[in-house]
Design a binder for this molecule. Structure first.
Ligand code: GLA
Length: 392
């Protein structure tokens, strides 16, 4: 049963009537281009076959009633009250921020009842927050009878994450969750927002996400700190963003502390790797692409300082398997400090690799990893189950 069918049935069970709309949005895996989005760089990213879905139907009030299966609680957004942020860390901030964005844009929704379900693991670096925001925005398009320009919609979701959820994130996650296309990977220029779609449908190659099932508490503060260090570095180099910087420029600069210099070096080299990786993808040069993933991991670990022992363990195990055992490359994914690693592997070796990573990771850390293979999936979608039912 898909998550869309599941929320349909769960809505009917919870509210005693059928939903009118079901919106869903995927999680994402980033092939390469980590911590480059807020530096005006490139990312090479895809949606995965895990989704957050919201089923909804109008009610006769000015309230949005949201029942989350994930949080196992019902929350209310009262549209007759100012839409102020909730306490930090509360899941409701994500949908509430999106509702506030719609209201600010002149699209005031009517009251409705909704049920949220998800197969995207929370806090695993797979953009579960962006999936919830994108699914909410897509649902609100249905409720308000509007269709936003996709870029504007992604920016609205980013704004919700920043101002309501207090996460100073870049544009990668909402862009992928909204724009993604099946069997394609998005090369996004985060400065111009130009999107280039690259086919990724070679059945011999698979992308694995390996969830370490740890999340270190450091994550949010460290993300904001890295952002500030990048800004400091750009300022010291006299450029608008690190996209405009080069390694020679960095070598000539003085007055940068060790950590800030490392951040700049990561961003400059990662942007170059991402452009090269896109070329590898076009040429199906999997071994070369794998080497770029490995180099990205090294840079994130040493220069950017956002890996952690559990991610390092997964990467070490994957590297020990190596290209001869079917692993082209492996690196951490998303913000870091836990969550998922991703590996580019030969499809024929998927079962053996999954087994070996699972066993060795458990032996080393005492934690069970969750391994998941995914093809690039579609972005956010809205469906009208009752119309489909009538047609069907
Ligand atoms: C998080 C943020 C993204 C991006 C990544 C790191 O997922 O939400 O905007 O910065 O970290 O690449």
């Amino acid at each position: 049963m898909t998550i869309v069918q599941r929320v349909h049935d769960a809505f009917a069970g919870h509210y005693g009537r059928a939903p009118l709309w079901i919106a869903s949005a995927p999680g994402r895996l980033n092939l390469i281009g980590e911590h480059t989005d807020y530096n005006d760089g490139f990312v090479l990213s895809m949606a995965i076959e895990l989704r957050t879905a919201i089923a909804a139907a109008p009610n006769d009030t000015r309230k949005i009633v949201l029942h989350s299966e994930v949080a196992a609680e019902t929350a209310v957004i009262d549209l007759s009250q100012p839409l102020v942020p909730e306490a930090p860390g509360r899941w409701l901030n994500h949908p509430k921020g999106v509702v506030a964005g719609f209201v600010a844009a002149g699209h005031e929704p009517r009251g409705f009842d909704a049920l949220v379900g998800s197969s995207v693991p929370i806090g695993a670096g797979l953009a579960s927050s962006a999936a919830l925001e994108a699914a909410t925005a897509t649902l609100l398009e249905g409720v308000c009878g509007v269709e936003l320009d996709p870029v504007r919609k992604a920016l609205l979701c980013q704004q919700a994450a920043q101002t309501y959820a207090g996460m100073p994130c870049g544009i990668m996650d909402p862009f992928i969750c909204i724009l993604a296309r099946r069997d394609q990977v998005l090369l996004l220029d985060c400065r111009s927002r130009e999107a280039v779609w690259l086919a990724f449908e070679d059945p011999d190659v698979t992308v694995l996400s390996i969830n370490t099932n740890v999340k270190h508490r450091l994550a949010d503060g460290a993300y904001a700190l890295r952002r500030r260090q990048c800004e400091t570095a750009a300022q010291a180099l006299g450029v608008r963003s690190l996209r405009e910087a080069g390694l020679e420029m960095l070598a000539r600069a003085d007055g940068l502390d060790h950590a800030t210099r490392g951040c700049a070096r990561h961003v400059i080299t990662e942007i170059a790797r991402t452009v090269q990786a896109a070329q590898c993808l076009r040429e199906r040069a999997w071994a070369e692409l794998g080497q770029l993933l490995d180099a990205s991991q090294e840079s994130l670990q040493r220069d950017y300082g956002v890996s952690c022992p559990e991610l390092d363990a997964v990467v070490e195990i994957a590297r020990a398997i190596g290209p001869r055992g079917g692993v082209f490359g492996c690196r951490m994914n998303g913000g870091g400090f836990g969550g998922c690693a991703m590996a580019l592997i030969a499809t024929s070796a998927a079962a053996a690799i999954t087994q070996r990573i699972g066993t060795e990771y458990q032996r080393r850390t005492g934690i069970a990893a969750t391994v998941f293979a995914s093809r690039p999936a579609d972005g956010a979608r809205l469906s009208h189950p009752q119309e489909q039912g009538r047609r069907g």
